[in-house]
Design a protein around this ligand. Sequence first.
Ligand code: ZN
Ligand code: FE
Length: 254
Amino acid sequence: MSIEIVTVACRSDNYAFLIRAGEATALVDAPEADPILAVLSERGWSLDEVWITHHHADHVEGLDGLKTAHPGLSVTGGRADAHRLPRLDREVGEGDGFQFQGHEVRVMDVSGHTVGHVAFHMAGASAAFTADSLMALGCGRLFEGTPETMWASLSKLAALPEDTVIYSGHEYTTTNARFALTIEPDNDALIRRADAVEAAREKGRYTVPSTLAEEKATNPFLRAGLSDVKRSLDMEDAGDVAVFAEIRSRKDAF
Ligand code: ZN
Ligand code: FE
């Protein structure tokens, strides 16, 4: 059974994703109710499930409004975050799987931005919902995790099939592209992508989702282990985590 994924822009720069399969609809993250309710009613869909990636307000604040309009919906979120998330109907963690309309959804712990952040991977649909872990040309700020944790999480995501479509949580790509060019000014794929990102944003188009192949070719946070990147930072002999940490701290100051 095929699925349809609809990107919903929320708040100033958040994305939520509606996943339609058969006669059921799931939502990844609930930044704000109104734009999500608008798409649901436009399409005549009811909302059956919400899958939460992490506890930050800009990913959960819409939940109450969605529940009021769709009282039957069930909420899935990370077991490790259960104490600081709205009440969960299903708690999940690394390696857990569940079914959505016959589609297998696998849960990955992708801690780093927060400890307990999860991603949802649907191998059959070549889709990964990564929120504030792996982002388009970026990664989430390390509010709770260490560089080690985030590097391990990004490495796990990087091991998914290259054609995996990465549905991340924010439209930060223009700034991310400008920053990425400071790390790899001579990366041709990055130069081309940065141009495409600028052009897309000028037309008001979304730059999310992207593909894992694109991220591996252009995202400096995924490329911290490459000798070219290490050389451009004068860190030839440094370990991958140290290089990742250096790139992350430069981005924090960018
Ligand atoms: Zn967040
Ligand atoms: Fe966020």
